[in-house]
Design a protein. Structure first.
Length: 166
C-alpha cells in the first residue's frame, strides 16, 4: 500500500476480525472500545449499545460498531478530496439507521440498562481480554483469504502476491 502524502490521513484498512492475528485483533478491539465509549456518551446511546458488545456471542453488534467506526474515520479523518458536502450528516443518518442492529438478543441479564460510568475500555474489557477469550486468541482464519487479498490489492492499487490482507 502506498504511503500517504505528508499531512494526509492514513488510508483506512478493512477490518476483517476473523482474518486478524490475535495481537492485531486485541489492539483493534481496544481502539474500537475507546471510540464506542465516546460514541455512547456523545450520542446518548447507553440504552442502545449493550455494555458487553465486545464479548463472544455479540459478533453482529461488533460488526455494526466496526462498520460505524470505520465510516466515522473515513468521514471525519479521511481524505478531504473525497469528502462530500454533507458527509458528516450522512454518517449521522447511517448511525441512526443502524441503531436497531445494535440490539443484542443474546443479552438477557440486564446488560442493556444504562451502564455505570465505567465504559468497556475500563476494567470490564481488560479483564475479559486477560481471560484469553476464544475469538481474540483464535488464529486468523478468513474463509476466502486469496479473494480478500485480491480485493484489497485492487482497492489500494497494489500488485503481486504481497498485497495487504485484512
Amino acid at each position: 500500500m502506498p504511503e500517504p502524502a505528508e499531512g494526509a490521513a492514513p488510508a483506512t484498512r478493512r477490518w476483517v476480525w476473523s482474518a486478524m492475528e490475535p495481537a492485531d485483533r486485541q489492539q483493534r478491539l481496544t481502539e474500537l472500545a475507546m471510540w464506542v465509549d465516546w460514541l455512547t456518551d456523545h450520542h446518548h446511546l447507553h440504552r442502545r449499545i449493550p455494555r458487553c458488545w465486545y464479548r463472544d456471542g455479540h459478533e453482529p453488534v461488533l460488526e455494526v460498531l466496526t462498520a460505524l467506526y470505520l465510516g466515522w474515520v473515513r468521514t471525519y479523518a479521511g481524505d478531504p478530496a473525497q469528502a462530500t458536502a454533507f458527509g458528516e450528516l450522512a454518517w449521522i443518518r447511517e448511525l441512526h439507521a443502524a441503531l436497531p442492529l445494535l440490539a443484542a438478543p443474546t443479552c438477557d441479564d440486564g446488560h442493556l440498562a444504562p451502564p455505570p460510568r465505567r465504559g468497556p475500555t475500563g476494567e470490564a474489557l481488560h479483564d475479559w481480554l486477560d481471560t484469553d477469550p476464544p475469538r481474540i486468541a483464535a488464529a486468523a482464519d478468513h474463509p476466502a483469504p486469496a479473494e480478500a487479498n485480491r480485493l484489497a490489492a485492487a482497492l489500494h492499487g497494489a500488485t503481486g502476491p504481497s498485497a495487504p490482507s485484512a
